[in-house]
Write a protein that binds this ligand. Sequence first.
Ligand code: SF4
Length: 446
Amino acid sequence: MNERDSEALAVMLARAGYSVVYDEDDADAVLLNTCAVRELAERKAIGKAGHLIARRKAGKALRVGVLGCMAQNRGPALAGSIPGLDLVVGTQQLHHVPELLDRVFEREEGGPIVALEEEEGSQNAISEHPAQFQAAAFVSIMQGCNMRCSYCIVPRTRGKERCRPIEHIVQECRELAARGTKEVTLLGQIVTSYGRREIPFVDGKSPFVQLVEAVAKVDGIERIRFTSPHPRGFKEDLVDAFRCIPKLMPCVHLPVQSGSDAVLRAMNRPYSAAKYLEIVDALREAVPGICITTDVIVGFPNESEEDFARTVELFEKVRFDMAYVFKYSPRPGAPGDALPDNVYEEEKEERNQRLLDLLAQYSLERNQTYVGTVQEILVEGRARRGENRWMGRNPTGRKVIFPSEANLAGQLVSVRIDSASVTALEGELVSALEEQTLTLVRVEQL
Ligand code: SF4
């Protein structure tokens, strides 16, 4: 979500007359859009801001701002911990950054300009996309979260759930499609809560499923993904959507956090491991081969070896395609920040590594099943390494690398998979599925 916010903010700044430079040394202002989910991210951001401000001593008139979740969480106190800061802007004020930055440049000196207020309708402000072509784009559908997971700072930094209207989101997708974007990922803290208070169910379909259906009707958008759903809100209508909406890609990121019911209760996550497995089974029955990924925390307060064994058991049952494994770190201001951080660091590290080892094994085994198959790939751009090598993703989101002399960015192509590693597939182009005209439209935009 931060990446998406930064991308939209860069467009707003450009419209106000600013331009993005790619080397910090060329910048007149550096704005750090921060994360507060983990302590390490905060420490890095504070260190970076301090380092930038220190460069002023060397005569560089650099303005420095801290935006986003950490700014919201720490508020004006942030200015005290980073002397010399020019701008502190919270998550609901991001769209005001261009005018706030103007003010920073206009004045000679003074303390930081601070904007942290909640603002009605601010969820609608993140809707602009860069002019550069994007084969796949993120679309923010809502902001905030009404849950109170004990480890999580997000409801405090992002505020209460606020949704964008379906027609605004669909219009944004239409505009993306008109520029050649073929894939959208619908973003929200809990997408399964989308519109629950504002939009009624229709024919047993939740507002979120109605939204996915509406986006699927947009000509030119060929692939839809979303992140993240909550197990509590993952009901039959959403499982059915995978069966009935061909554009909905067979890939679900479903955060589990722990396989132990006791830990889930302590985390204030209102489901059991058995319930989670029921959802996974239903998804696999609806779409055999669906890719399932997750988030998990190891070393949560009081997590015993026995609790962790339940997580390992769940991993063995689901055989996740990928997971973000986090070592617990207490977040001041989160509902459970008083819980004792009583699992030793070495223990957290060991549990972390055990899950990563399992994931590497599952991912490789899964990737090997693709060898010899032909996959439909949406080409996102050039691969990081190698000349004339391209990178795209198959429907389950696997990274696929293949050689081609032609520029195929943004096209759906067929690739025969020849080899697999833990992280990627490699293959040979079988055919470009699309007409040349699309390439011409894209080149014109560039
Ligand atoms: S559902 Fe829980 S983990 Fe996710 S954003 Fe809300 S409080 Fe945080």
